[in-house]
Design a protein around this ligand. Sequence first.
Ligand code: MSP
Length: 648
Amino acid sequence: MSFYVTTPIFYVNAQPHLGHAYTTIVADTAARFHRLNGEETRFQTGTDEHGDKIAEAAAKAGETPQEYADRISALFRNAWPDLDIAPDNFIRTTDPAHKRIVQAILQQVYEQGDIYFSEYEGLYCKGCERFVTEKELVDGLCPDHQKEPERIREQNYFFRMSKYQQWLIDHIKQHPDCVTPERYRNEVLSFLKEPLEDLCISRPTSRLTWGIPLPFDEKFVTYVWFDALINYISGLGYPNDPLFARYWPAAEHIIAKDILKPHAIYWPTMLRAIGVPMYRKLHVHGYWNVNEAKMSKSLGNVVRPGELAAKYGADAVRYFLLREMSFGVDASFSEEALLGRQNADLANDLGNLFARSLAMLKKFAKGAIPAPAADAESPEDNELREAALAMLDEYSRQMEAFAFNRALQAVWEVVSRANKYIVTSEPWVLAKDPAKAPRLHTMLYHLAETLRCIAVTLQPVMPSAAAKMLQALGLTPPCRLADHRCWQVLPPGSELHDPGPLFPRLDKKAMMAADPPAAEAAGRKGKEKSAGAPTMAQPASSELIDFNLFQKLDLRVAEIIAAEPIPKAKRLLRLTVRAPEERTVVAGIAEHYQPEDLVGRQVILVANLKPAKLMGVVSEGMVLAAKEGSRLTLLRPDTSVAAGTPVS
Ligand code: MSP
């Protein structure tokens, strides 16, 4: 089975932005997923360099179109590695090989009588680089570009697109999955209810010279869409290269809704005319808006992916975009939302699960995969195993369907289940009784196996973090899915490694005050500088405090990861807690708790208390306890929650 995934080739009249990055991340993720599925996979992206728009932009920049296209195309090519995007081929429509193939196709279609010469008058939108119909306009303007189209009347060559209309309708009806999600398939079918006009495929050189000359009439160049769409097969060396036979028609094109018509109508009819089978699928996604507004240069809110990656790292940006957008529907980008997911999903849930699990494996199993014992299994182990294995199936189903957000949701359900499993299994209690070692090791084994399943699924989404997780478990990535859809993969005795910090918890204020990811990020409220350690306000003289004052308390659930006595201080213990970042807290509980009883336990932390030095140790907060007479008992949440969860 082969899989050939493509992005649109992007116009070089603009620099890469969040929208381009999203489509290309989706393609890269799909390619990585199918590769892990054992399929022969190819991923192509590139740049679309001919046409009016580019010629105009080059003139504005004072460059020749070729110089200009070289410069901007390189910006696209160089943007992708920063996001861990690794295409197999980067095609440019100015590549000589591409031009030759476009000309050969034009010649073939012309000779078979599917291209004719005629006069046409119509409305042309330069932004769309196509003739538009009156019906598509809103208040006389192109809805995508907010510009009035030009009325053009000229003699041109036309492709007999109408001849293939019925075939296309039948094909889409017989292959319901060929345009997805369904709403876009319906949109195409409804468009096809009207008779199709033939497609104007040339521009006279009197008006435009920046294009591929028609092989049968040098006074014309090829219309940019006819040229551009062919990239999908010219990039495979159509018609003779073995790559073409290997990957066509296994093609799955990814686009946004803006270019549905050229991909769902022009391209299939072009393929039909040259006798090439229809592509397998067209995946259509929605638009990213920024802070609820349309992303545009004039609004000054264009988000640059390189700047985002430099600030947050490729893994976090990829995860956020794939998790946040429901494929097919518009979504809104904001840096706050990205930070929210980084701290909650990545640092708190996933990062914390890995860190605490590896710490326990290190401490209670000598840093190696322990051996499970069948007679020491508990129902919770079975539940966790069933959930992890079911997740692998669900994940694969959703990834195949391009429902990345649902696939990740399924993974995170297991992340949170595993976090709860740790708390209910109480390994720190088991560790105190040598007779319970088989149970402890069985529990830790199930935990390690669950981490493995999670890390395997994250490879296509967060390639670098997932590789670190797998290596920490003693595996060598890439790990193919087929080898991991079962239990007991990790061999007992194999050594574990430290993955290093995976997902830091980021300070929202400091991040928002740092350079914005988009140089042009507009509309951002005043950049507050971090106010340093917040101080507690003094209560008013009255016994009652108002809610605002209470809200100033940063109360959080923390997890104790280490506890030790402080020499010469008989009442104090030095605690290392995770909330979710690690910090030291000095607590006056030594007369009430043994240090070893505290490890793994959840407590409530006052996180914004001014640091204070107690017996030479700086305490960064305090833990809450109830005091009954001389007895102290630590507070903890009723059920386990992720470390760092706010208390309100
Ligand atoms: N050159 C043509 C495509 C030819 S393909 C044979 C073109 N180029 S483009 O530079 O305008 O890119 C359009 C594509 O960029 C969209 O289909 C989508 O993949 C991506 N996006 C551009 N803006 C976007 C958003 N705001 N949100 C999501 N994706 C967006 O059209």
